[in-house]
Design a protein around this ligand. Structure first.
Ligand SMILES: Nc1ncnc2c1ncn2[C@@H]1O[C@H](COP(=O)(O)OP(=O)(O)OP(=O)(O)O)[C@@H](O)[C@H]1O
Length: 306
């Protein structure tokens, strides 16, 4: 079995508190997981705002350099300073989908022209007909077609259509890994399931692995194979998604689940009441080097203290 993505003990800290300050914020601490080449999966990263999900995604995409540890894609280090041909090969294989489709597209450029420029940059397509066919294939796989988007500017499509077009733009490269950072959070609830189902069919029908970053435990439960739960930069629990979400072991994972299912605040994800308590104990113990991820069987790991 070969590993397509190896995130090996990756950490990232940023300076905080202005240029004269020596303070740092630990955005990601010791993230460590692998995705296998011949087992496409939806690998989900959840956690409250500021828990380090986007920073981890940016390191996987080679947009941010780790402070320590290494990300490897097919055995090669992912670096922010890859040269021309290497970067092109990496970008063809690993494609991002971002939260806000209106930011992903240039408002002054027609959507089909944007997808066409991605297709010609990353695929060896000869002639207009071949480019059109590649675009149509990608657009049809997300429930659109070239005829529907041709000549239209981003503002002429709905948010849901534009997010699907953004996924088509990624798919036109024929990537092996998609890194989707909150791809449904700006999309109407009615369209959310369509996009989530689309991610699932990418895995099942096209063999594309998806790193799915979300706040939304319901969609995470529905489509994920494995999940990691992050709190303040640290993975506190990981394993098969249904097992973790059916029976979370870490106090933070339990809180996350309870807050989402709370009748007083359904879907609010408001972790305020006990969050500070957990965060404080987590920080103190982790700084003392007393916290570690412990294997609890069935592919599950939970952070334990002391
Ligand atoms: N470029 C940066 N400079 C300084 N601090 C940063 C930078 N990027 C992220 N951070 C900090 O790192 C921490 C993690 O941020 P990150 O955006 O990765 O979290 P997140 O889980 O993706 O949050 P959200 O769900 O709100 O997008 C936060 O404390 C954030 O303020």
């Amino acid at each position: 079995m070969s590993t397509i993505l190896d995130v090996a003990n990756v950490s990232k800290s940023f300076p905080s508190g202005g240029i004269l300050s020596r303070n740092t914020v630990d955005a990601v601490v010791g993230a460590d997981f692998q995705i296998e080449e011949d087992r496409p999966e939806i690998f989900t990263i959840v956690g409250e705002s500021g828990s380090g999900k986007t920073t981890l995604a940016r390191m996987i995409l080679g947009l941010e350099a780790p402070s320590s540890g290494e990300v490897q894609f097919r055995g090669e280090p992912v670096s922010t300073s890859l040269g021309g041909r290497q970067r092109r090969a990496f970008m063809k294989a690993v494609q991002p989908v971002f939260q806000n489709p209106f930011e992903a597209f240039n408002p002054l450029k027609r959507v089909d022209r944007y997808i066409a420029s991605t297709a010609t940059a990353f695929r060896d397509l000869k002639g207009r007909k071949a480019v059109d066919e590649a675009m149509d294939e990608a657009l049809v796989s997300v429930g659109l077609s070239l005829a529907e988007v041709r000549g239209r500017f981003p503002h002429e499509l709905s948010g849901g259509q534009l997010q699907r077009a953004a996924i088509a733009r990624a798919l036109v490269c024929k990537p092996d890994l998609l890194v989707a950072d909150e791809p449904v959070s700006m999309v109407d609830a009615s369209l959310r399931m369509a996009i989530v189902n689309l991610l699932r069919s990418l895995r099942d029908d096209l063999g594309v692995s998806v790193i799915y970053i979300t706040h939304d435990l319901a969609t995470a439960y529905y489509i994920s194979d494995r999940i990691i739960i992050m709190q303040k930069g640290r993975v506190v629990e990981m394993g098969p998604a249904r097992a973790v979400l059916d029976d979370p072991q870490h106090p933070y994972s339990r809180l996350l689940k309870a807050s989402v299912l709370s009748l007083d605040n359904p879907g609010g994800g408001d972790l305020t009441p006990a969050r500070d308590l957990i965060a404080a104990s987590d920080d103190v113990l982790a700084r003392a080097g007393q916290s570690r991820l412990v294997d609890i069987g069935d592919g599950r790991r939970v952070r334990q203290y002391g």
